[in-house]
Each structure stands twice: as C-alpha cells, then as structure tokens.
Design a protein around this ligand. Structure first.
Ligand SMILES: N[C@@H](CCC(=O)N[C@@H](CS)C(=O)NCC(=O)O)C(=O)O
Length: 156
C-alpha cells in the first residue's frame, strides 16, 4: 500500500496532530507497512507552479485534489483525508496483527519504541540458553551429553 504525505510523517504542534503523521501512525499500529511517498509542494498554492511533483500529481489524479494524505490500499482502494485513513486502518488490521490492547479504563496503550514502521536490522532473535543435555531440534544428543559423558548418579 502507498501513503502519499506532505513532507513527512513527523509530529507537529497542530491541534489534532499532523494529518499525515496521524494517518501513518494508525496504519503502523494496525500492523501495516505502507510505502510512504513524500509529495512535497503545498496544496493551497497553484498546482501548475508548486505542485508538479509526482506525489501531488498522483494525489490529484486519484482524488481530484492535490491535498494529502492519500492512501492507496493493496486492493487499489483510494482513501483521502486522514480521519478516513485512520478509520480504515482501525477497521482493517493487517493479517496477523494483534488488536491494540486497552486497559480496563479504556486508555490507549503506551507507544512502543519501534512504532515507526521502520525495520530494525541486525538484531538476533532472543532465545533462552540451551540447557546441557536437553533435547535438540535435530533429535541427537547435545555435544558432550549422553553415553560418552554420563552424569554421575546418586551414590549408593
Ligand atoms: N482534513 C485534511 C487536512 C489535510 C491537511 O491539512 N494536510 C496537510 C498536510 S499534512 C496540509 O498542509 N495540506 C495542504 C497540503 O497538502 O499541502 C486531513 O485531515 O487529511
């Protein structure tokens, strides 16, 4: 899916938040990883001069307006306006995504550190250390375990 945004998905002090940021965050929280297309320009300015970027022209072609954010889903559904995108994201969690948990008070969960949709590369998966002699995925004994090195039994 593609999300056309203005200059980014950053937070702004604007009341209600930054529309492009709100739309992007809702999609990521729903488990999506949208391709973000920065449209640049500025919709209130004349399109012929200021909004000739690919993103703005695509937004206009799709919606009739060069205003962003605009979402194009994997099913080629076009959704304009951040409120509509947020509603769509909440109604369409990505396959395998868990619904956000809410506390009994109905409060939203705290944001997690990696909610930007960016991949965090280079981290090894966390696994508990293997106990010596424990069953191995391949079925064989662990090196150093078994008949060659029997554990001392209880003394008679
Ligand atoms: N009601 C619209 C407002 C969209 C809006 O204000 N977009 C910002 C960009 S985040 C803007 O500055 N639009 C003018 C523009 O596209 O340059 C929405 O919530 O999506």
């Amino acid at each position: 899916m593609k999300l056309y945004v203005c200059w980014g998905t950053f937070a702004t002090p604007r009341p209600g938040g930054h529309p492009c940021g709100n739309a992007h965050r809702a999609l990521v929280e729903a488990g999506h990883r949208p391709e973000v297309v920065k449209a640049y320009g500025l919709a209130p300015l004349p399109d012929a001069v200021f909004n000739r970027t690919r993103g703005r022209q695509e937004a206009k072609r799709l919606t009739g307006s060069s205003q962003v954010p605009v979402l194009v889903t994997d099913d080629d559904e076009v959704i304009a306006d951040s409120a509509n995108i947020v509603a769509w994201a909440r109604a369409h969690p990505a396959a395998g995504a868990r619904a956000p948990r809410r506390s009994s008070s109905g409060a939203r969960p705290a944001r997690r550190a990696h909610s930007s949709g960016r991949r965090v590369e280079g981290r090894a998966p966390l696994r508990p250390p293997r106990r010596p002699g424990a069953a191995r995925p391949g079925g064989g004994p662990a090196p150093g375990a078994g008949a060659a090195s029997p554990r001392p039994g209880p003394r008679a």
